[in-house]
Design a protein around this ligand. Structure first.
Ligand SMILES: [Zn+2]
Length: 419
């Protein structure tokens, strides 16, 4: 299961309290039953097809075992792996019996089922329970040699129990750090906008957050507001505003989390944002568009990004928003005519053509080094000074130590490969 990632860490969970321990046991049992269902289906159909096993397991695992979808997926994967190994051996004319489970399968952790949360030197595993906003937090005991790798943990992992202790095995993708090992900063540009709430440009990755569904929902809120106003129901107007504001902040929360998670994939990441005083000035559009522009809480989004970044020791710098949307990243030509229409960038000088938000995000990232050198912060923020609040990573961002699996961890012989 860890074929795609070169390395992984095995860390011990600090002894969970009874409620958590019970949850883990119940989860492990349900996952084990789901794997067993998958194996039964494989046996009955003489097949190790993922689609077939998924179909055989999914409904029962969700309804009867109460497993969240992400855990079902991992259980199916485990069954597929076991069945494939069996059919593979049989093909090689080895005499093996069909795999049976011995109850030590553990809990497959899908990439979306967990998050690593770091506070200073301490780490916790946040497990989703399948219920919105409800998590199981497992504080981890992370040896110093693994600490630098923890923020890079990403991908399918696993929780398992040995001698009464829970362990997490977590993959650390071995993608080469784009800026090498020199500790050079990696600049990640974040373009905030309405058509896309955010476009994020990292050296080898791009992230878009589509703002369209939210725009429709906002229009719905605005309609309601107008109707209540007509009927003089100011209480309802206020109620609606509170609801809308909570909803928008929740979206911002999710966007900011993903932006920061992306940044964690890089060495010495620096998030580059536009100074927000420019975001409204920049766009000339229809009345409706301007209203939308003015109404999305971008300040809240930027604040959330900055807050989460600072918690994790990621620097945030702000750049001048002028020209970011109309400068050609290829030849440097800056002109309003480079934006023939919303969403499209086409350089009138060299003909370079690309998604406009992406171009803006790249330009913002490109302006990062100068901003970092000058220690620019957002002057539109009265509460912020200059360089003072730029935090540095606690690890000093030097070197590129990799985590290596340690079979001798805790003195026990673990078998992490049998997933
Ligand atoms: Zn050009």
């Amino acid at each position: 299961m860890f074929m795609h990632s070169d390395e992984y860490v095995i860390v011990k969970a600090i002894q969970p309290n009874r409620r958590k321990a019970e949850w883990l046991e119940a989860m492990a049992s349900a996952c084990g039953q789901a794997v067993a269902l998958g194996l039964e289906a494989a046996h009955a159909s003489h097949s190790a097809s993922r689609g077939r096993l998924h179909d055989a397991v999914y409904a029962t695992a969700r309804s009867r075992l109460g497993l969240p979808a992400e855990y079902v997926r991992m259980s199916v994967n485990a069954a597929v792996a076991l069945a494939r190994s069996y059919y593979g051996k049989r093909k090689a004319r080895q005499h093996v019996s069909f795999p049976k489970l011995n109850g030590t399968q553990g809990i497959g952790l899908g990439v979306h089922a967990y998050a690593i949360v770091q506070a200073g030197e301490r780490f916790a595993l946040r497990l989703s329970t399948g219920k919105r906003g409800q998590y199981i937090w497992l504080p981890l005991s992370v040896p110093p040699r693994y600490r630098r790798a923890m923020p890079r943990v990403h991908g399918d992992g696993k929780l398992f129990k040995r001698r009464g202790q829970w362990y997490a095995i977590l993959p650390v993708p071995n993608s080469p750090p784009p800026t090498g090992c020199s500790g050079e900063p990696t600049f990640i540009g974040v373009d905030l906008g309405v058509v896309r709430h955010a476009a994020v440009a990292a050296p080898d990755r791009v992230l878009f957050f589509n703002g369209k569904p939210a725009r429709r929902r906002r229009e719905h809120f605005a309609d309601l507001r107008r109707r209540y106003q007509r009927h003089q129901r100011l209480d309802r107007v206020r109620e609606g505003q509170g609801k809308e504001s909570r909803w928008a902040k929740d979206i911002n929360h999710k966007i900011s989390r993903r932006v920061v998670e992306l940044a964690l994939h890089y060495h010495n990441p620096v998030l580059v944002l536009e100074r927000l005083d420019g975001i409204r000035r920049r766009t000339k559009g229809s009345k409706r568009f301007n209203r939308m522009m003015a109404s999305w809480p971008f300040r809240d989004l930027a604040d959330k990004i900055e807050y989460k970044a600072e918690q994790l020791g990621i620097k945030v710098v702000y750049v001048d928003p002028r020209r970011t949307s109309r400068t050609c990243p290829k030849c440097g030509h800056a002109s309003r005519s480079n934006r023939p229409q919303q969403g499209l960038f086409r350089c009138v000088a060299c003909g370079y053509q690309a998604n406009a938000d992406l171009v803006a995000a790249h330009n913002i990232a490109a302006a990062g080094p100068a901003a970092l050198a000058q220690g620019l912060s957002d002057p539109a923020r009265p509460d912020k000074g200059q360089t003072g609040e730029m935090t540095s990573r606690p690890d000093g961002v030097k070197g590129c130590a990799r985590a290596h699996p340690d079979p001798n961890l805790e003195g026990s012989t673990l078998e992490p490969h049998r997933l």
